[in-house]
Write a protein that binds this ligand. Structure first.
Ligand code: AHR
Length: 493
């Protein structure tokens, strides 16, 4: 039995855990948007809310989804928003990540923004730079946000939305160093400045996101735009974990390797934030880090990285999500909470069926992945004050982390999520707090194996169960966690 002591300090909060750190990503890629979320393009008996799968929407509402990015990804730089409004929409070549599909554009701006409304999600629209123009993106902003009765605003009203949508978050392209146009940093920086200047004229209240792949690129981008930094609100970076073996039949080393990759996401965020801060020099302008694609990318979904030969054919971008993936999410979220003063938004890729999905569908069936439950167990932290956690640990795991790790926050009481990362050993965790007086709830997500998955035939193999929380002495609590498990407890005070 691993013995670990946690001390939660409530006197020096780290900062606020913005709901934007719990964002998701829906791209028109594989069965994510079309089939996973949207059935408006086919005749079906599956119940929908105005074309969106009812079972999926209900599940996502309960997760929850505070923010949603759309329509890509790589798809964004081929997407022309006018194709997705009004009647008689054209059928285009849907292009993303090497896939080519028939794209009837039935899921367009109004439909996506209606989905966001149903979910209570803030929309984040990714604009087209690669095959678009500044005018096209300015028009999309005007169409969505104009309060003056311009022709575009009237068109929006005629299409069912007299009130402006008020979309605040806009991406100026996606991965423009690669699929979004193969720009070099200086040419993208110049292009970005032109777009951002014009977009801000249309709506000064919008927040704009630029992106870069690494420090060298980011430095050149910032140097080129040094006199125009206020045009930049968020800087997008992407991190996929792709070096940890097969989706299900991983070995113990690969299990720990994924957790190391997940932990390293925090270094990527803090390192990029520090670098950008230094690159800004004397400027007091604040640029948030937007990790607007993150998660595990298993080789079966599409082979890249060291396990390319495991790719399933044809390529679907779909993968099985085990309990290991959920534990990796919990590891990453610990880092997001610690970095909540520099990380301004994050989007798990992707929301349904594709890559690190929370929800999966097959025909009329739907099931929730262990990742779904891991996210749901973090709900008490959304919008809360992140609290520092001191860990006194007896056992480390490969990579050097404590076997037991935790994150805590304050909101309607003290909320603590604890992860026992050990592959095979249970853990007893003693929690010292300043002033807690009772237990509001205790939940644990565990299974007999970290390889456990939910599926169409066994949708409930991994789901949360109640966790007993014992009082040791005043404001000191104890829980026992199975190996490879996640627990969340809510304390009074
Ligand atoms: O999420 C899948 C793809 O990964 C996105 O379209 C792209 O931005 C990234 O390379």
């Amino acid at each position: 039995m691993i013995e670990t002591t946690l001390t939660i300090r409530s006197d020096s909060p780290i900062g606020t855990i913005s709901p934007r750190l719990y964002g998701h990503f829906a791209e028109h890629l594989g069965r994510c948007c079309y089939d996973g979320l949207w059935l408006g393009h086919i005749d079906t008996d599956i119940p929908t809310y105005g074309g969106f799968r009812k079972d999926v929407v209900d599940a996502l509402k309960a997760m929850p989804v505070p923010m949603l990015r759309w329509p890509g990804g790589c798809y964004a730089d081929h997407y022309h928003w006018r194709d997705g409004i009004g009647q008689n929409r054209p059928v285009r070549l849907g292009l993303s990540c090497g896939l080519q599909v028939e794209d009837d554009n039935s899921l367009g701006t109004h439909e996506f923004l209606a989905l966001c409304k149903m979910l209570g999600a803030e929309p984040y629209l990714a604009g087209n730079v690669g095959s678009g123009t500044p005018q096209e993106l300015c028009d999309w902003v005007e169409y969505c946000n104009a309060t003056i009765r311009t022709t575009l605003a009237r068109q929006r009203a005629a299409n069912g939305s007299p009130e402006p949508f008020g979309v605040i978050l806009w991406g100026v392209g996606n991965e423009n160093w690669g699929c979004g146009g193969s720009y070099d940093p200086i040419s993208y920086a110049n292009e970005y400045r032109r777009y951002a200047t014009m977009l801000r004229h249309v709506d000064p209240s919008i927040q704009l996101v630029a992106g870069g792949p690494d420090d060298k690129w980011n430095m050149e981008f910032i140097d080129t735009n040094r006199n125009h930094l206020t045009l930049l609100d968020h800087f997008s970076i992407h991190r996929y974990w792709d070096k940890s073996g097969p989706e299900i039949n991983f070995n113990e080393d690969q299990y720990y390797r994924l957790l190391e990759e997940a932990d390293d996401t925090e270094n990527f965020i803090s390192g990029t934030a520090k670098f950008i801060r230094e690159a800004l020099g004397k400027s007091t302008h604040k640029i948030g880090i937007a990790l607007d694609e993150w998660g595990v990318w298993h080789p079966e979904a599409r082979g890249w990285g060291p396990y390319k030969e495991l790719e399933r054919k044809p390529t679907t971008y779909e993968q099985a999500g085990t309990l290991r993936d959920a534990i990796a999410v919990a590891a990453a979220l610990e880092g997001f909470h610690r970095q909540c003063n520099v990380l301004s938004l994050a989007n798990l890729a992707q929301i349904v069926n594709v890559l690190h999905a929370s929800v999966m569908t097959e025909g009329a069936s739907m099931w929730l992945t262990p990742t779904y439950y891991a996210l749901q167990m973090h709900k008490p932290h959304i919008g809360a004050q992140a609290l520092p956690v001191e860990i006194d640990h007896s056992v480390s795991i490969p990579g050097g982390s404590s076997a037991v790790t935790a994150t805590a926050s304050y909101q309607n009481g003290t909320n603590i999520t604890i992860t026992n990362r050990h592959f095979s050993e249970p853990a007893r965790v003693t929690i010292h707090t300043d002033m807690t007086t009772g237990v509001r709830f205790g939940q644990v997500l565990a299974a007999d194996s970290p390889r456990a998955v939910n599926s169409v035939s066994a949708p409930d193999r991994v789901k949360p169960a109640e966790l007993p929380v014992h009082l040791v002495t005043t404001a000191v609590w104890q829980v026992e966690l199975p190996p490879h498990s996640i627990a969340t407890i809510g304390l009074v005070g």
